[in-house]
Write a protein that binds this ligand. Structure first.
Ligand SMILES: [Zn+2]
Length: 450
């Protein structure tokens, strides 16, 4: 059984699912305001791989991940583009799922949207006010962090330490009593999207949606809450605080993935050159290259991304692709048990994907050195890659039908003459037929979705 570091306790302990044989998981999903960078790609790939591995290990995984479709960044983007917030959210949500398909990330079991849960959020905020854990200020309703003993558990700091480090955003959130307090409900200014509430028209604060949706869809005491390390404080702390304040058992354990950093070790965000934008990266590299890149780093470590690191991942993937092609003629065999056992041993030890990839590369080397063992080793590599890592190699002859081949040729011609609208519409047509479409160095590459 997988043992994973629990951020709340700092201990690496095996899972003990609330319901035997099942695992209930919540992952904080994207705000669909149009800025998707490699950090989004990393968390999506890391937790998709964890989900696939747990499923391969025999657990039934219920994987809930939300879409934040109302938030300040979406309102700002809507104003910039002269569109409604609904249009902006729908457009970038569609882009998000396209990116996830290109990365072979499975769709969540349920993908709740914040705007569908506003009534429930109003209910939670009312409950918090009634219990004395929240108060109304001039511009919104705030959670009183001082009212909750144990606030700071995830950050491993007490209230005084947190307070010393807190920045007061004076202009925004003027109604706060303490810098650590956080907004539960924002009163709307004229022209902003608004829902009715006991405190007048407004919209929910970001920290409230995940509490309401995770408890509704997974129930109290669900097994595992996931997210990026940048969300641990304050977002996850604030989620937990609200659940505890209304007397509900929240996530049993927490896991956080490390950040994507540049050469200097600084957190990469949208502003760092073209290699941080996820859509732009996927113009130059296959989604599978990014998966190899991500899995080569331990999920909790900072991931350094440089052009050399990307080339290295590309090289590693090419070697695996070549091996899979060479293995096509081999007789069918059952997977080598030693390789499977070593792979599992690595993965079960706090999700050591770099170690697990090393086991796979070792098996590839052994298969080349010892033809008698090659069929069993190839079968083990295939099972580990496809079932546990979500990494799809060309084990079978890739034959696209004539219709698909024609569309690919038409799309390349459209791109060559700069007709992007036509190229995009052919891409959509191929996607509708179940293909992942990528722009490779030699033109359009379409492959069946994994
Ligand atoms: Zn969240």
């Amino acid at each position: 059984m997988l043992a994973l570091l629990d951020t709340a306790t700092g201990q690496i302990t095996p899972f003990e699912p609330r319901d035997p044989g099942q695992l209930s998981v919540y992952l904080c999903g994207p705000t669909v305001s149009g800025v998707f960078h490699l950090g989004h790609g990393r968390y999506a790939i890391v937790w998709d791989t964890l989900r696939r591995y747990l499923t391969w290990s025999g657990l039934e995984v219920r994987f809930v991940s939300n879409i934040t479709d109302i938030e300040d960044k979406i309102i700002a983007r809507a104003a910039e583009e002269g569109r409604s917030t609904d249009e902006v959210a729908a457009r970038y949500e569609a882009q998000w799922w396209e990116l996830m398909d290109a990365l072979d990330v499975l769709r969540p079991t349920v993908d709740p949207h914040a705007t569908a849960y506003v009534d429930d959020m109003v209910q939670l905020v009312s409950d918090l006010v009634a219990r004395g854990h929240a108060y109304e200020g001039a511009d919104g309703v705030y959670f009183s962090t001082e009212s909750l003993p144990g606030y700071g558990l995830l950050a491993h700091q007490d209230l005084d330490e947190l307070r010393a480090g807190a920045r007061v955003e004076v202009d925004q959130e003027a109604g706060k009593r303490s810098p650590l307090d956080f907004v539960l409900w924002k009163k709307s200014r004229p022209g902003e999207p608004a829902w009715p509430s006991p405190w007048g028209p407004g919209r929910p604060g970001w920290h409230t949606e995940c509490v309401v949706m995770s408890l509704d869809l997974l129930g109290e005491g669900f097994d595992l809450h996931l997210g990026g390390l940048d969300l641990m404080f304050p977002h996850h702390e604030n989620e937990r605080a609200q659940a505890v304040a209304v007397g509900k058992a929240f996530a049993q354990r927490w896991a956080h993935n490390g950040m994507v950093v540049d050469e200097r070790g600084e957190k990469m965000s949208k502003s760092v050159g073209n290699i941080s934008s996820l859509p732009e990266l996927l113009e130059h590299y296959e989604g599978r290259v990014l998966r190899v890149l991500v899995l080569q780093a331990h999920y909790r470590s900072p991931m350094r991304v440089t052009p050399e690191a990307l080339d290295h991942a590309q090289g590693a993937l090419s070697r695996m692709d070549n091996f899979a092609r060479e293995a096509r003629g081999l007789p069918v065999a059952s997977p080598d048990p030693g390789t499977l056992a070593r792979f599992k041993w690595r993965m079960d030890d706090d999700f050591d994907t770099p170690g697990a990839l090393a086991v796979i590369f070792g098996a590839v080397r052994d298969a080349r050195a010892d033809p008698a063992r090659a069929p069993a080793l190839a079968a083990a590599v295939r099972e580990c890659c496809e079932e546990a890592l979500g990494l799809f190699l060309p084990w079978e002859e890739e034959s696209v039908g004539k219709e698909v081949a024609d569309l690919i040729a038409k799309r390349d011609a459209a791109r060559a003459r700069g007709d992007w609208a036509e190229a995009d519409s052919i891409r959509s047509a191929l996607q509708a037929m179940g293909y992942v479409v990528e722009d490779g160095p030699e033109g359009t590459v379409a492959r069946r979705q994994g």
